[in-house]
Ligand binder design. Structure first.
Ligand code: SAH
Ligand code: SF4
Length: 360
C-alpha cells in the first residue's frame, strides 16, 4: 500500500548519483555510502532498505523515514497462454495506474514501459489514447518499471536485455523525464543496459526528434507512422495535423544525417484502412534517403475503434510491395493477443485498485 501518512517522501529513483551523494553527505554520511546505495538500487535491485546489509542500521532507518524506494505496487496481472508475455498494472504513489509488459522472445527479455499515465495525442486505434491523459511520469517512475520487470526476471536467474518505451504515453512530450530515465538505465555504473537495446517510440513530435538527434545516444528511434498520406494519417493520428508528413520526414532525414541510427517505422495494419498496395508504395516513396526498417503488425482491436486487423493475405500483399521496392521490413505477429497486449487495454479493463490479481 502507498504510505498515506507520508505521501511526499523523496523517491530515490528520481535522484541522480551526485544528488544522492549530496543528500547523504548532508546527513553526515561518508561519501562512499551513496555509491553503495546506488548499487543496491540499480545492480542488486533492492526494493527494501532491510536488504542493504552493508549500510549501517542507522542510515537504513533514516532512509526509510525520509525517502522511498519507488517500486510501484502491482495491482493486476495478465499472463498470455503461452507464457511469453506478461502484463502488469502498477499503482504509483498517488494512486495513478500504468501498464508494463514483459515479453520473452528467443533469448531476449524485453520490458515495454510507459512514459505517461494516459496520453494526450488521442490516436484513434490506441486504447491509451482513447482513455485520455492523466499526467506525466517522473524519471524515477519510468525507471521503476524497468526495475520491476528486471526483479521478476532476477527471481528466475534471468536478466532484462531490452527496454522499449512503447507503453502508455508519448515520451517526446515528457522529454526530460524520458531521457533522464534512459540515461539512468544505460548507466555503466548502475543498471548497465546496452544503449542499442533501448528503443524510444514516438507518434512524430518533430521538435523532440530534433532534440533527440543532438543527444549523441545510440538508442533506436521508432516512429509510429501507420499511414503515408496526410489525409489518412490526419484521421488516424491527430498529431499529424500539427506535424504533417513532410515535416516529420524532414526531421527523420535530419536525424539520420546527424548520425542517428537506423529508424524503425511502425505500421499497424488495419483491414481496408491502411493496408492497400497504394499505401505501401507511398510508404516506400517517403522512405527514400532514410535508413529505415518497417515493422508491420496487424492491429490489436480496441473497444472504441471499429478497425480490425488486416487479413493474412493483405499483410502478405503489403509486404510483397515493400519487398519489390527494396524496403527492409519485418512482419510481426501479434503477441499475447489473448491478454489484450495492446497498450492501455488492461488499464481500461481493470482500473480499480485492488482488482483481482492473477497468481504467477
Ligand atoms: N506514443 C508512442 C509510444 C507508445 S504507443 C507512439 O505512439 O509511438 C506504442 C506503439 O503501439 C505505437 O507504435 C502505436 O502506434 C502502437 N499501437 C497503439 N495501439 C495499437 C493497436 N491497437 N494495435 C497495434 N499497435 C498499436
Ligand atoms: Fe499516445 Fe502512442 Fe497511443 Fe498515439 S499510439 S495515443 S501517441 S500512446
Amino acid at each position: 500500500m502507498a504510505d498515506v501518512r507520508r505521501p511526499f517522501r523523496q523517491n530515490l529513483y528520481d535522484l541522480d548519483l551526485p544528488t544522492l551523494q549530496a543528500l547523504l553527505e548532508s546527513w553526515g554520511e561518508a561519501p562512499y555510502r551513496a555509491r553503495q546505495l546506488w548499487e543496491w538500487l540499480y545492480i542488486h535491485l533492492a526494493d527494501r532498505f532491510e536488504q542493504m546489509s552493508n549500510l549501517p542500521r542507522s542510515l537504513r532507518e533514516k532512509l526509510a523515514a525520509e525517502t522511498a524506494i519507488g517500486a510501484p505496487e502491482r495491482i493486476a496481472s495478465q499472463l498470455s497462454r503461452s507464457g511469453e508475455t506478461r502484463k502488469d498494472l502498477l499503482r504509483l504513489a498517488d494512486g495513478e495506474t500504468i501498464e508494463v509488459v514483459l515479453m520473452h522472445y528467443d533469448q531476449r527479455h524485453t520490458a515495454c514501459i510507459s512514459s505517461q499515465a494516459g496520453c494526450p495525442l488521442g490516436c484513434r486505434f490506441c486504447a491509451t489514447g482513447q482513455s485520455g491523459f492523466q499526467r506525466d511520469l517522473s524519471a524515477g517512475e519510468i525507471v521503476a518499471q524497468a526495475l520491476h520487470v528486471a526483479r521478476q526476471l532476477q527471481a528466475t536467474g534471468k536478466r532484462l536485455s531490452n527496454v522499449v518505451m512503447m507503453g502508455m504515453g508519448e515520451p517526446l512530450l515528457n522529454y526530460d523525464a524520458a531521457l533522464t530515465a534512459i540515461r539512468r538505465l544505460i548507466d555503466p555504473q548502475g543498471f548497465r543496459l546496452g544503449q542499442r537495446h533501448v528503443t524510444l517510440s514516438t507518434a512524430g513530435i518533430v521538435p523532440g526528434i530534433d532534440r533527440l538527434a543532438d543527444e549523441g545516444l545510440q538508442i533506436t528511434l521508432a516512429v509510429s507512422l501507420h499511414a503515408a498520406t496526410d489525409d489518412l494519417r490526419d484521421q488516424l493520428l491527430p498529431i499529424n495535423r500539427r506535424y504533417p508528413l513532410d515535416a516529420l520526414f524532414a526531421a527523420c532525414y535530419r536525424y539520420c544525417a546527424r548520425g542517428g541510427r537506423r529508424i524503425s517505422f511502425e505500421w499497424a495494419l488495419i483491414d481496408g484502412v491502411n493496408d492497400s498496395p497504394q499505401q505501401a508504395q507511398a510508404l516506400a516513396a517517403r522512405l527514400q534517403g532514410i535508413t529505415a526498417h518497417v515493422n508491420l503488425i496487424p492491429l490489436n482491436p480496441t473497444p472504441a475503434y471499429p478497425g480490425q486487423p488486416s487479413s493474412p493475405q493483405a499483410v502478405q500483399a503489403f509486404s510483397a510491395v515493400l519487398e519489390r521496392l527494396h524496403v527492409p521490413h519485418t512482419v510481426r505477429t501479434r503477441r499475447g493477443i489473448e491478454i489484450e497486449a495492446g497498450c492501455g487495454q488492461l488499464r481500461r479493463q481493470s482500473p480499480r485498485p485492488g482488482a483481482p490479481l492473477q497468481k504467477d
